[in-house]
Design a protein around this ligand. Structure first.
Ligand SMILES: [Zn+2]
Length: 159
């Protein structure tokens, strides 16, 4: 009972203070982990994507509707942000330390940046969708809780 009473649960701007800040009753961090692992944010066992980046209409395990996410350009933006901020100082460090052949430096960093981007992009998208689900943004607000008829062949939150 240490939480401040919040009568108006619409303000979701205090994120980060804890898993529950009055904006909904869905835990943020487990959902983000499930999204990063490309799993349904609700049950954690159903696959989130049906291809590399295509989000499923709904979870095949718990029937959570997923089609009303609004990831849009967010995953690409966040991926570029992280890869760019990793690559730029690393490029300078490698050059200052070893002074490799510029063609080798370029080739190595091109492969590094493309590989890291391809790795991160679907996972960041999964995390962003999980964030929207946990905060009940967009269509996730009106969606009914589907976890009552969860079959659960494996644990709902297998780490
Ligand atoms: Zn699910």
């Amino acid at each position: 009972m240490t939480q401040k009473p919040e009568d108006h649960p619409t303000g979701a701007h205090g994120a980060g203070a804890g898993s529950r800040d009055g904006s909904g009753d869905r835990d943020l961090w487990p959902a983000l982990r499930r999204g990063w692992r490309l799993r349904c944010p609700n049950c954690g066992s159903g696959p989130l994507m049906k291809g590399y980046l295509s989000v499923r209409e709904s979870c095949p395990v718990c029937r959570q509707e997923l089609h009303h996410h609004r990831a849009d350009d967010g995953p690409a933006y966040l991926t570029i942000l992280v890869v760019g901020h990793l690559s730029a100082p690393l490029l300078g460090l490698v050059w200052m330390t070893w002074q490799p052949d510029p063609m080798m430096l370029f080739t190595g960093f091109a492969i590094f940046a493309v590989a890291l981007s391809l790795y991160m992009l679907p996972r960041v998208k999964g995390g962003l969708i999980a964030f929207q689900w946990a905060r009940r943004l967009h269509g996730f607000a009106a969606a009914p809780e589907p976890d009552t008829d969860r079959p659960g062949p494996e644990g709902p939150d297998t780490e």
